[in-house]
Design a binder for this molecule. Structure first.
Ligand SMILES: *Cc1c(COP(=O)(O)O)cnc(C)c1O
Length: 439
């Protein structure tokens, strides 16, 4: 019955539905695909880097042996002891019938939600409650999935350069038209980030419904000051904008005057969703655990103008499409907030930021224009002598055997820059610095 119905529906535009047999179908058809995916640009950044590295390696097997990768933004140092101990203990609990756990609460266990509320917010005087916190398996997924609860037709602002996930998930969701030659999609409102504005965009001159902000920033390493974030919150409240604030790198902030959460700004509870992750502070890129914060009073609207809270929609989405992060991983994440965990995370951050300092110094000494690397694990460098980002990529690969990330891969405003990641061993970073000096 249901089979016959769906077959008839699909054949309808080709053959008017007549007497279709129940089984087998007399007419064979195929599933329609989401054609928005066809608008995505084929040469995505990291596959293209991998392709060029492969070509180089095959042509220069000896030079390839001394190659150092400072490209992809992934941590390199071991998981903190406190996290591993907590996960071992949780594994043992799972091995005993009396402490075994099956499905947990989709939104996350209370022990972790309370630890987040207490340590990331209450301890800093920020008013966020445990039930406004959702535990997930990653901020990449969260920043993409959030579009599930927003309708179509929103005007969306995105920085340029940008973390490509925000753009591509909007394309997949059908929120854009085609890309032009510069790679900019019709329908998105791009906010240029340049040295002139310190890579923090000016407030839009038109109202937008959604705006993605990421500070400390990937890829530029820039941070937004309190005054800049206050201006954004003021704009958002005045225009009914929902800010999508990605704080994945907050732990790398060294300057105590820089806000580590958008909720440090008065009024942000009424206009912002925040994304946080254990990936870069706790080294969880392979373990997977992250956080979404949706304040209870945050509102969106229906087409007829009626205002509705956003929190129940995300809660419904989360519990329908997700079955929770594993108990073992959540115990590991909880340990990030233990006294030992905090000390070990601080040591990791100190290590990576020590790397960033060396890279900034080496690039500055080499006469390059350098940004970031002070409150973020990324150093954003101007290409010398008018080289394009990809020309600089090839130069660094061929002459220094160092893999960097071309800035143009993050958007057209990234052209003329490259990103060096501080996620590496100290020995590798020191060697990269020597090779930059020798270029
Ligand atoms: C690394 C990173 C994240 C974290 O992603 P996970 O899926 O939690 O590992 C989020 N946002 C940005 C901009 C990042 O670079």
């Amino acid at each position: 019955m249901s089979y016959k119905f769906s077959t008839a529906m699909k054949c309808r535009d080709l053959h008017p539905p007549h007497d279709l047999p129940d089984w087998p179908p007399f007419f064979s058809t195929m599933a329609y695909l989401n054609e928005n995916y066809l608008k995505l640009k084929a040469g995505y950044l990291f596959p293209e880097i991998a392709r060029r590295v492969k070509v180089f390696t095959e042509a220069n097997p000896d030079a390839a042996k001394r190659m150092i990768r400072c490209g992809i933004g992934d941590v390199t140092e071991a998981l903190p002891d406190a996290v591993r101990a907590a996960m071992h203990k949780a594994v043992d609990e799972m091995g005993d019938r009396s402490s075994f756990r099956g499905y947990g609460p989709e939104q996350g266990y209370d022990f972790l939600r309370n630890a987040v509320a207490e340590n990331d917010f209450k301890a800093r005087g920020i008013n966020i409650d445990a039930d406004e916190i959702f535990i997930s398996d990653g901020s990449k997924c969260d920043t993409g999935n959030i579009l599930d609860i927003f309708g179509s037709g929103n005007k969306t602002a995105i920085t340029d350069p940008v973390y490509p996930v925000y753009v591509d998930t909007n394309v997949m969701a059908g929120n854009t038209g085609e890309a032009d030659e510069s790679g900019a999609y019709e329908g998105l409102h791009y906010l240029k980030c340049t040295p002139e504005n310190g890579f923090v965009p000016e407030i839009p001159t038109v109202p937008v419904d959604l705006a993605y902000l990421c500070y400390p920033n990937n890829p530029t390493g820039a941070v937004a000051t309190r005054a800049q974030l206050e201006a954004w919150v003021k704009y958002a409240l005045a225009n009914g904008t929902t800010l999508l604030y990605d704080a994945a790198y907050e732990a790398f902030i060294q300057d105590p005057s820089i806000p580590r959460s958008i909720y440090e700004i008065e009024g942000a509870r009424d206009c912002a969703i925040e994304f946080r992750s254990f990936s870069k502070n706790g080294g969880f890129t392979g373990v997977r655990c992250a956080i979404v914060i949706i304040p209870k009073g945050l509102m969106g609207k229906k087409k007829d103008g009626t205002k509705l809270a956003i929190h129940p929609l995300w809660s419904r989405r989360h519990s329908t499409k997700f079955n929770g992060v594993s108990y073992i991983v959540q115990r590991g994440a909880e340990a990030v907030y233990s006294p030992d965990g905090k000390a070990q995370v601080a040591a990791l951050i100190e290590h990576y930021m020590g790397n960033a300092k060396l890279l900034v110094e080496a690039c500055t000494k080499a006469g390059l224009k350098v940004f970031g690397g002070v409150n973020a694990p990324y150093v954003w460098v101007g290409c010398p002598n008018g080289l394009t980002s990809w020309q600089m990529f090839d130069k660094m690969l061929n002459e220094a055997n160092v893999v960097i990330t071309p800035g143009s891969g993050f958007g057209s405003a990234g052209e003329g820059y490259f990103r060096i990641s501080a996620f590496n061993s100290r020995a590798n970073v020191e060697e990269v610095c020597r090779r930059i000096a020798a270029l």
